[in-house]
Structure formats: C-alpha cells, structure tokens
Design a protein around this ligand. Structure first.
Ligand code: IPD
Length: 270
C-alpha cells in the first residue's frame, strides 16, 4: 500500500475539510448532547459521532487496509502499517456553546509514529498541516518557530487545558495558579489540537496540559514539532501523561517552570 506522506496528507486534508464543512453547516441547526464520558462534563454530541462516521467512511473507503483509532470509538486494525488517529471535533465544549474555536484533527501514524497531521479550525477554515521531515504549514505558508531567542518567562503567553476528571483538574489548577505568577498570562482556549498549532505559529509561547488523549495531540503535535517546537511527555501530578511544548530554544526554561509550578509527579520535578 501507498505510504507516501504527500498522498496521505492530500487525503487527510480533503476529508478534514469536507468534515469541517459538514459540521459548520449542521451547527446552525443546533446541538444535542448525546452522552457523557469520563465525567458529567465530558460530553459527546451527535455531531461528534456523525463527523467520526464520515471520516471513517472516507478514509477506510479510500484505504481499506489502514487502521483507525477515533475518539468516539470507531476502530480498525491496520494491515498496511498506517493507522489514522482522529478527533472528529476537538473542542466539543466550544462547539456546544458556539464559541468558534474547535477543530477536526486527523493524523496518520506509520508503525506507531505520526507522519502526517492536519488540523482544521471548523469555523474559520484555518488549516494546519505537517508531514514528518517535510515541515508544517498554516494555510500553505511554512511555519518556523525554531529561531530564537525566546522571550523571558515573564513575557511568555502560555496555553493550557484541564482534564474532565475532577481530582486531576484540582491538581492542575493548583499548578496553573503557581505558573500564572511567572508568565505574561495563561489561555485556556479549549482545543488541544489548536493549542499545539498555536505553539507552531507563535500564537502562544508554550503549552502544558496533563491528560491528553492520543487523538487530541497526534496531528497538532506533529505540526508543533515540524515547526521547530519541542514536545515532551512527562508523568503528571494527577497520574496521567503531561504534555509540554515550546519552541526548542525556550523549551528547557519552560520545562523548569512547569516543574517548579508542580505540574509533574513528585519524582519528576528535578
Ligand atoms: C478536549 C480539548 C480540550 C482539552 C481536553 C480535551 P475534546 O478534547 O482538546 O482543550 O483541554 O483535555 O479532552 O473532548 O473536545 O475532543
């Protein structure tokens, strides 16, 4: 089977754009919460499911030997080495409230390593793409956050997010409040995929969040790293992996702050 990254990207972009258009059009007709997941505030809407069904049908129709791992439960075993990792709507709470900041996130992993990523902001149509070794693009324009120096910590704008599970969230808020004193400000924008793309395009200077799932970060993580950011996973204070990302030149200083603020498990604070 074809594992050319550009061919995978072309398919991923076509499917993400079609899905974003469907979600945008149908959002106008209203939203219904279909179920809750890890906690009463962790919701899934009919649209999450419909979007995942569309993505599954398109990708598996085009490439039946590929695997599939979707947030809403669609799955297929891979016999080609390629597995699609999909968040049909990343930022479901924003979607529910009509806050125009949610995305379709599609990554292709080859033998477990993300090699293609596309994140489309549903409402604005903004499109982030990346291929492994081929760089990252924002609406076709190459991204590069690799050149330093980084602003001092006190001037950095930091993106974050919170897990839906209450006791994890409590530990995260303690750490965020410690970090807040040392940086310009904090943003909780509500779509981890777009947060990682924001690191890639310099819309935030850094990002930290515990408890992401692979579909939240597979595509956005590739966009960030291909743009010259680092992305690391450390054991988090709430017992889940904590993801830390920043341009490579400012990464270590930010990681030290993340440790000082208490985001990481006690043994990992350095
Ligand atoms: C969520 C968003 C949010 C992040 C959560 C994710 P979902 O994804 O990415 O920004 O803070 O950790 O679960 O549920 O909207 O697909």
């Amino acid at each position: 089977p074809d594992t050319d990254y550009d061919d995978l990207l072309e398919l991923a972009v076509a499917v993400a754009v079609e899905t974003a258009e469907m979600v945008r059009a149908r959002r106008r007709e209203g939203v219904e919460v279909a179920a809750t997941k890890s906690s009463p505030v962790d919701i899934v809407t009919e649209m999450d499911r419909a979007a995942e069904e569309l993505i599954f049908a398109r990708l598996m129709g085009a490439r039946p030997a590929d695997g599939f791992l979707g947030e809403e439960g669609a799955s297929a075993e891979s016999t080609s080495g390629v597995t699609w990792i999909v968040d049909p709507i990343d930022g479901t709470v924003n979607f529910l409230y009509g806050i125009p900041h949610y995305s379709v996130s599609i990554a292709a992993a080859l033998d477990g390593v993300p090699v293609v990523g596309v994140v489309v902001n549903v409402e604005s149509g903004e499109r982030f793409t990346a291929t492994r070794g081929g760089g990252s693009y924002q609406d076709g324009v190459r991204l590069d956050v690799g050149r330093g120096p980084s602003p001092e910590l006190a001037q950095r704008l930091v993106g974050t997010g919170f897990n839906y599970v209450a006791d994890v969230k409590i530990k995260q808020t303690v750490a965020v409040s410690a970090l807040l004193h040392e940086v310009r400000d904090v943003r909780r924008m509500g779509s981890a995929a777009l947060d990682l793309c924001s690191v890639a395009c310099g819309r935030v200077d850094a990002y930290v969040e515990e408890g992401l799932n692979v579909w939240d970060m597979a595509a956005g993580g590739l966009v960030a790293t291909e743009a010259g950011a680092r992305l690391e996973e450390h054991p988090g204070v709430g017992g889940n992996p904590c993801f830390v990302s920043a341009p490579a030149h400012g990464f270590e200083e930010f990681l030290d702050l993340v440790k000082r603020a208490g985001f990481l498990a006690p043994g990992d604070r350095g």
